[in-house]
Design a protein around this ligand. Structure first.
Ligand SMILES: Nc1ncnc2c1ncn2[C@@H]1O[C@H](COP(=O)(O)OP(=O)(O)OP(=O)(O)O)[C@@H](O)[C@H]1O
Ligand SMILES: [Mg+2]
Length: 340
């Protein structure tokens, strides 16, 4: 039996893997818990449960940061562990692997993804790269091989990638280090400053998901629990949506600035296509309420917030794997100028 083909989206917050004929077989937090120096005790959602709670001898960390591999050893452990779990029966067979990588990173950073898979227990017979914006566009259902230009904005966890594509290739792409995690951090630090309350990452993310809006909306409040820095005691406070709006809006505007810069650099023929079709906004953080209204106001363009936005990259990889007409969208790593 021939080996399987896999498509991997190494997101900063989640890792998603598509397997030919089987669909998405992994959708887990991209996080690993290691005891001491080497003993992996959990990966994915199980490790995430330990985040912020683990004792000092257990280190829980995210091996991908800002869209690139920041911790090769732990990423390798995580991928080996994940593939072992996927192939419990029958063992690993020589697989083909498609990796989605951001476009606006260095060749060295792209090669790191390639080398990671090459040196893993996946023992692949072929490794190909798909640019993330292309995977996004295919996942959204756009015809990327068409001559019509499209703009895709992927607002993820650590990054936002703003890209223009046409004829199956990238015309321009910019990766900025702002995404949902930055919003969580800002909520955490503003809560600390305003209420003397220290809250955890996960609490900050919950507050964001419940209350974050990019345009002022009907006021809502939720209770947040944390530790009071003055008394040292567990405390609860009421957090309102306008408080959250004030703490995140500057970062939303940084994303808007990046979109503006790319629009300014877009060739005029493509600009007219974008006026026609609008901007496609995807990535998990595109779920922030009122984002479409603000983006439309600030760019004057039609805004399409995509369905299933956290999965458009992996869904695109899936389509590229299944549809022979799309196979040219995956390519071997360019012979980089560096060797060895
Ligand atoms: N309903 C929601 N409202 C606001 N943010 C949300 C919502 N659901 C998920 N998010 C945020 O989406 C982010 C995860 O998105 P996604 O899965 O696209 O990231 P990623 O691909 O792992 O990261 P990156 O692309 O930056 O490497 C997290 O910051 C999460 O808090
Ligand atoms: Mg992503």
């Amino acid at each position: 039996m021939p080996g399987k083909t896999y498509g991997i989206d190494f997101g900063t917050s989640t890792i998603k893997i598509y397997r030919k004929n089987d669909g998405v077989v992994v959708d887990e937090k991209n996080i690993i818990a290691v005891e001491g120096r080497k003993k992996v005790i959990a990966v994915g959602n199980e490790a995430f449960e330990m985040h912020g709670k683990a004792p000092a001898n257990i280190n829980v960390s995210y091996p991908v940061k800002y869209g690139v591999i920041a911790d090769i050893n732990n990423m390798l452990e995580l991928i080996n562990y994940t593939f072992k779990a996927l192939n419990k029966r029958g063992g690993m067979r020589a697989a083909s692997v498609l990796i989605a990588t951001p476009t606006d990173i260095t060749e060295v950073e792209k090669r790191a993804f390639y080398d990671l898979i090459a040196s893993s227990q996946v023992k692949p017979k072929s490794i190909k790269i798909v640019e993330k914006p292309i995977a996004d566009a295919v996942g959204i259902g756009l015809d990327v091989n068409n001559a019509k230009g499209v703009m895709v904005v992927d607002i993820g966890a650590d990054t936002t990638e703003v890209s223009i594509m046409s004829l199956g290739g990238i015309v321009i792409s910019k990766l900025i280090p702002i995404g949902g995690n930055r919003l969580d951090e800002s909520i955490r630090s503003t809560v600390k400053k305003s209420y003397n309350l220290v809250i955890g990452d996960r609490t900050a993310e919950t507050i964001k998901k419940e209350l974050a809006t990019a345009s002022p909306m009907e006021e809502k409040t939720i209770k947040a629990y944390g530790r009071n820095v003055v008394t040292g005691l567990p405390t609860e406070v009421d957090i309102s949506s306008s408080f959250v709006y004030e703490s995140i809006i500057e970062y939303i505007y940084s994303i808007i600035d990046a979109i503006r810069i790319i629009l300014e650099r877009t060739p005029p023929e493509i600009s007219s296509d974008i006026i026609d079709s609008g901007i496609y906004v995807t990535g998990g953080s595109s779920a922030i309420k009122g984002l479409d209204v603000l983006l439309a106001k600030e760019t004057g363009l039609k805004i399409n917030i995509c369905n299933d936005s956290a999965n458009t990259v992996v869904n695109g990889l899936g389509k590229i794997i299944e549809d022979a007409n799309l196979k040219d969208l995956a390519s071997p790593l360019k012979e980089a100028t560096i060797k060895g």
